[in-house]
Structure formats: C-alpha cells, structure tokens
Write a protein that binds this ligand. Structure first.
Ligand SMILES: Cc1cc2nc3c(=O)[nH]c(=O)nc-3n(C[C@H](O)[C@H](O)[C@H](O)COP(=O)(O)OP(=O)(O)OC[C@H]3O[C@@H](n4cnc5c(N)ncnc54)[C@H](O)[C@@H]3O)c2cc1C
Length: 400
C-alpha cells in the first residue's frame, strides 16, 4: 500500500534544504539568470549540503536515502531554481544512476564514489547536433583499438558541459547497426587532455543560471575499462538512465508549480483592481486553482513512481507519465503565474518570467512532449510493452 506520510527524517531534510538554499543560493539566482551566467559554486554548495549522492549506498559515498527523499530534494531544488535541479538530474539521475545500475563493482568504486561524495560533478552526453529524440541516429563513433577505444564526435545541449569532471557518453561501436550499435563510456576530463573540448551555449531561452553546452571528442582515447555495460548495450543503458532522470525532472517540475502557486497567490492578494484584491476575481481564482490541482496531481504521480522505485518494481510508464504531466502542468502554471502578475510579470522584478522560461526546457528534454504522447498512446493501446532489462535497479532496501 502506498504510504503518503513523510517520515520525520524526510520532513527535516526538506526544511534543511529549503533553509540552506534560501540563504546560500537564492540570493544569486536573479542576477545570474539575468546575466546568463551559472550560479557561483552551486555544485560545491550542494556537496556541502550532502545531497550529491543522496540515493546511493554509503559504501559508494552516498547517503543511502530512498527515492521519495530524492523526489523531495528535487522539488526543493527547482523551487529555488531549475538550474540546481538540472545539475542534480544529470549528476544523480542520468550519470550516477547509470553507472550504479550498469557499472561493474570496480567502475562503481572508481567513478561513482567521487560523484556521490561530491568531489566530482557528472554530466550525460547523449544528444548530438543531428540526433535528439532519435537516439539511434547519433553519429559519434568509438573505434576499437588494442587496449580500448578512440572516440570521435560531437554532443550538444549537454547540461553542466563546461563544469563536469566525469561524463557518461554514448557512441557507436558498430555504426551500421543503428541503435543496437551504441555503447556507453565514462570519459574523465582529467585524463582526456585536448582531445576533449567543452564549450558553453549562450543566450539560452531558459535555465540561464545553469551551464548548458557541448562536447567534442577528437580521437579521444578511452581505456576498455571505461566502457559501461557490453558493446551494443548503449541504447538500453541510455533509456534506463532517462528513466531515473525523468523521475528527478518530474519532481523538480512539481517544485516549480509550487513556486508559481506561491508567487501568484501572494501577488493576487496584494494587487487590487476595481476596488478588490485580484484574487477575488473568479478568472484569477481559476488560474490559481489550476496551479493547485497541477501541484497535487504532479506530486502524487512522482510519489507513486518513487514508491515503485523503492520496491524495485518496473516503473518506466509511471515515471514517464509523471514527467510528461508535471512538465506540462509546470509550463501552464508558469504561464498563468505570469498572467496573474499582469505587466509586472513581464519584467524581472518578479520571478515568474524566469519560471516560464525555465518551465519550457523540461517539456523538451528527457523525452519531449510529443515523444511522451506517442509512448503513452502506445502503452494504452497495448502496442508497447516493457521488455526485461539485464541490469534492473534493485529495490531501495536491497541497495544498502
Ligand atoms: C536545457 C536543456 C538541457 C539539456 N540537457 C541535456 C543533457 O544533459 N544531455 C543530453 O544528452 N541532452 C540534453 N538536452 C537535449 C534534449 O534531450 C533534446 O533536446 C531532446 O531529446 C529533443 O531532441 P532535439 O532537440 O534534437 O529535437 P528533435 O528530436 O529534433 O525533435 C524536434 C521536434 O520534433 C518532435 N518529434 C521528434 N520525433 C517525433 C516523433 N516520432 N513523433 C512526433 N514528434 C516528434 C519533437 O518532440 C520536437 O518537437 C537538453 C536540452 C535542453 C533544452
């Protein structure tokens, strides 16, 4: 049975994270978002907070906490700013969980431990200039050599590209084999030298206080022991990484809806038109009510996914549904929050324009709205069934 009560530890974590972000990071958000520069020291601050390895076992430097707690963390991070949640989505959800799920014991010790303990930041390199939703179309190659691989290619729209130390990347070991020819590799910046070039994208529409950029590999030598999983397993590895990433995105979007709801409700009780607070006008109430409903529904969906993850149940559909629903609801909530603020919402005097810009990215990444609709249509029609995966994430209690 799903228990929606939070434990005392979970409540304490939420309050601790909320208070910490409010004093140590929130004061920088408006300036950095406006300037389009990453929040200063964001990763080291999250590391000091002790959340960079939240779901991973203590033996890999993690905190050993469950998926409900991970969702609550992501909600608080995105309540502060989307860039923070994005950082933890790629660090924990995409790269960290990918290495945890598919890596050998030696790879977990070597690559996951510094990530979980907050000494190194991870990024996830799947998307390319000509391959986003269509992962099988990626062009990066990994050519086998006597003792490893040589990677060549380009990745674009990579969160934390210029700041990360460790990258979980995908390249074709059999270029003719489509998605079955993809393999996964860990690339370490400290060993890559000039063969790895990373760059930032500027003047983005949203997540302006975060680092989004690209990677290029020029004959980058990667030792064989950095390949994660078997040759040709890269596509399924990427899909399972996305499943964990999507969970963090869903929970984060829920936090963004709460930020919209709080801002819009506060403003609706301050601003007066026609002699009354605008909150007294029913059309304003409709927008606020939609935000409240969107928040509750999104939270329930991500908590259900968390509960399934804790139990080790397959949750591909449920997690994707939480992501699709919460991201669309956050986008609508942010649009309505701006509307409630009238012209002031159009300035950076209030945070709602930032909320709207930030809400847009998650509708696109980790499975766009259209890809999600296709997926859920296929599930409902019985055209899509989840096949067993060689390495399933264990139930949370078995992870410890
Ligand atoms: C802020 C941000 C951060 C990101 N961070 C990362 C990251 O860290 N790592 C990473 O690897 N990637 C990252 N991405 C990339 C993201 O995952 C891709 O943008 C996404 O997968 C979509 O790919 P695309 O942009 O190439 O669009 P395309 O795949 O070219 O799609 C273009 C349009 O066509 C639609 N479409 C595509 N196929 C279909 C279909 N079969 N049916 C109906 N419609 C379809 C799409 O929904 C979209 O509307 C990030 C993107 C953003 C915006």
């Amino acid at each position: 049975m799903i228990d929606l009560d939070l434990s005392d530890e979970q409540r304490l974590l939420v309050q601790t994270v909320r208070d910490y972000l409010a004093t140590s990071i929130a004061p920088d958000v408006r300036r950095c978002d406006s300037a389009g520069t990453p929040l200063p020291g964001a990763f080291s601050k999250l590391s000091a907070l002790g959340v960079t390895g939240l779901p991973f076992p203590a033996r890999y430097g993690g905190a050993g906490l469950d998926y409900v707690t991970l969702g609550l963390l992501c909600e608080e991070l995105e309540f502060c700013d989307t860039s923070l949640r994005t950082m933890m989505s790629v660090h924990i959800g995409l790269a960290g969980c990918g290495i945890y799920q598919w890596g050998s014991e030696a790879q977990k010790q070597r690559f996951l431990t510094p990530l979980a303990s907050g000494r190194k930041l991870a990024a996830f390199g799947l998307t390319e200039p000509d391959a986003g939703s269509d992962v099988g179309a990626l062009r990066s190659t990994a050519r086998r050599t006597a003792d490893g691989y040589i990677l060549s290619g380009n990745k674009l729209w990579i969160s934390c590209a210029t700041q990360a130390d460790t990258f979980l990347v995908f390249a074709k070991t059999s270029p003719q084999a489509g998605k079955r020819g993809i393999s996964a590799f860990v690339v370490e910046r400290e060993h890559a030298g000039d063969a790895l070039h990373t760059f930032a994208l500027h003047d983005k529409y949203g997540v302006r206080a975060g680092d989004t950029g690209g990677l290029s590999f020029t004959d980058l030598e990667v030792p064989a022991e950095n390949r994660v999983g078997e040759e040709g397993e890269g596509f399924i590895i990427a899909m399972t990484c996305l499943e964990n990433g999507r969970f963090t995105v869903a929970a984060g979007a829920t936090g963004l809806i709460r930020a919209c709801l709080e801002s819009a409700s506060r403003y609706a009780r301050e601003r007066k038109t026609f002699g009354v607070e605008i909150g007294r006008h029913q059309l304003i109430q409709e927008m606020i009510a939609n935000m409240a409903a969107g928040y509750d529904a999104s939270r329930l969906l991500y908590l259900r996914a968390a509960w399934m993850k804790n139990k080790g149940l397959r949750n591909t559909r449920e997690t994707a549904l939480a992501k699709w629903f919460a991201c669309d609801a956050a986008n609508r909530a942010a649009d309505d929050a701006l509307e409630v603020h009238g012209a002031y919402g159009f300035s950076d005097e209030y945070p709602v324009a930032r909320f709207l810009r930030n809400s847009r990215g998650s509708v696109i990444y980790e499975g766009s709205r259209e890809i999600q609709k296709v997926m859920h249509g296929e599930y409902a029609l019985g055209y899509r069934r989840d096949k067993p995966v060689r390495c399933e994430l264990p139930a949370w209690k078995e992870m410890a």
